[in-house]
Design a protein around this ligand. Sequence first.
Ligand SMILES: [Zn+2]
Length: 430
Amino acid sequence: MDGIDGERGLRLYDTLRGLVVPFEPAGKPVKVYACGITPYDSTHLGHAFTYVMIDVLLRWLRRRGHELRYVQNLTDIDDSILRAARERDEDWRELGLRWTVRYVEDMQILNVLAPDLFPRATEAIPEIVASVERLLADGCAYEREGNVYFSVAAFSGYGRLSKLPREEMAEVSARRGADPNDPRKRDPLDFLLWQRQGEDEPGWSSPWGSGRPGWHIECSTMAGRDLDGSVDLHAGGADLAYPHHESEIAQAECAGGSAPFARHWFHAAMVRHEGEKISKSLGNLVMVRDLLEKVSPDGLRLELLDHHYRSSWQFSADSLARSEDLAGKLRSAVSEHERSDLGTEPWDPEPDRCAFARALDDDLQTPRAVAVLSDLADRMLLASRGGRRLSGAGDLMRDLGGRVLGLRLTQPGPDEEVTRIWVGHRARFT
Ligand SMILES: [Zn+2]
């Protein structure tokens, strides 16, 4: 690849090993699974950070010549959807579809590439039931009164991903809606694979009676089904490591299941606002739509990219305004350079291209990659003020800033590819 150091390759932190390691997929294509949203509310800044970081990682893998098969799911049946539907007296399916369409629009506005497959949990019920049956047959699960629980005692590796002590796991899972004191559980950390239908709740038939799947079994089932049993890169927000991803590993690998379920775990850190993690339950949400009334999609993307994906950070309106200024500078550099009255100055793009590649290969250091482009824009503007154009600098900016970092620069609206694939997915929801 032009000017990109192919010897060293991408090195990326893997949550399971707790180390920055070479990214080594098992084969071609690279099989990617990202946990998608539970559609019951608007896209907030935390979602935007997670999906923009995944987007840049996947754009960089593509730029490095990898072919991808990318699945992102929708958790379209969940306690939070049913609760929101009850509060609004709205059909839970309609509520889920409404917020899914909104999410798809937000991803398009942010120029985030769409997954190849966008499966819904409610469309995978027969496969989920089959997964639960296999876990029961293998002695990894047990049934009580129409509920089926995963038995953590059957999987010695439980806790290996999150590295949390048992007491902390119990606290976190309780905060996420599990009930460690459920008397039907053999162990407080056992989790629901299948949940008996409650009053006024939807249900699907199963060998254990009418009910619905647990959250974790949906993802390990859909990942296994759509990616042929194993995943090269499993991605999501850091708050999913436990219990969600920990439990996905247990389900997939218990009793002779295929191991490793995922070769590489990628987690985007939490965004904080007013001192706390941004979350609906804490009431401190910063919505993407509200921010986009004040800044451009490029400005918001640059603000997200100015933070390394593994560092939790605090939202600041001042910092966002500076990112919007930077978006304006990059745009000016590109459009100034396209003025027809400028003379051409021979210029070597390789040092910038290499510095940019080294930054992303070094555990996706997007702040350093953004700094390379900011510095390049300064030099372009200086040259154009002197009546000169650095030959090839505009193309380099469009290539690295546009194709890799997903900025639109002087182009209106999202990439054609972004629109085409999301619109195709969206057609299934309207
Ligand atoms: Zn998931």
